[in-house]
Design a protein around this ligand. Sequence first.
Ligand code: IPE
Ligand code: IPE
Ligand code: MG
Ligand code: MG
Ligand code: MG
Length: 294
Amino acid sequence: MTTVSAVETRPFGEALKDAQRLVSDYAMDCLAGDDLLLEAMRYAIIGGKMLRGFLVLESARLHGVDQAAALRAALAIECIHAYSLVHDDLPCMDDDDLRRGQPTVHRKFGEDLAVLAGDALQTLAFELLAHPETGPHAIRLIRGLAQDAGKDGMVSGQMLDMAAESASEPLTLDQITKLQSRKTGCLIAWSATAGAVLAGADERPLRQFADALGLAFQIADDILDVEGDESKVGKRVQKDAVAGKATFVSLLGLDGAKTRAHELADTACDALGVYGDGAETLKAAARFVISRDS
Ligand code: IPE
Ligand code: IPE
Ligand code: MG
Ligand code: MG
Ligand code: MG
């Protein structure tokens, strides 16, 4: 098979830690200052797995993209993700007190500041991508993020999720798949394809990878809600069952959900053939996503 890249691979654990360090340090630089809004934004962005930032950096590495541009895109997606979680945890949404093992942003800073910190994280993402040195494909990346984060993407998924809570019938597997592909899948797909988009390369293999990965990720989230240990997961567990929500676990059963997650991780890995050995780190990410305990 012809490969499009001969980039060296690194152990996944090491690559993820590097991504966490690089993105966190850069976030601290961009958000330096002692006003309370900046403090709340820093608090919101730190402490996650930074899987989306990792996917950006790794897909950029596969395509030889300029590292500074890749880092801005990695921070941009972590800003959007953090904003989505800050708003998701608000009393008017999921009303959660615990996130990443710490009090949620509104519990620590108040609801008003949590709303504003989320708003400012969202606009910061677009400011980062609109940097003059993002390169000739910046506009595709920016437009893609607006779509994947907005009314046809993450926000639409959140809306479907809210509607599902008060629906008279539990959702079907097709409906849950659509909901989750928007709520969780769109931002993961943007992240995993960002490197190809920045390089102006064919993004289809990474999109296929990401579509399977995003679904596997959400199934793992649903499994963790049932089986996870709150002290490791860092957020409240057993929420879905208490809310009477249809999830992949409630529809497929625990074993069925685990089997499906494994199949999806295999599908994700199979999509990366074109990258040859260079894609081993991304393949390990797919295995991590379904075996994680947080
Ligand atoms: C949690 O995402 C929200 C979902 C989309 C299921 P992550 O599990 O990636 O959260 P962090 O960023 O590591 O805290
Ligand atoms: C949140 O989904 C996903 C987004 C913020 C887009 P959930 O409500 O299932 O996530 P957790 O379980 O609170 O992390
Ligand atoms: Mg929610
Ligand atoms: Mg939630
Ligand atoms: Mg969840």
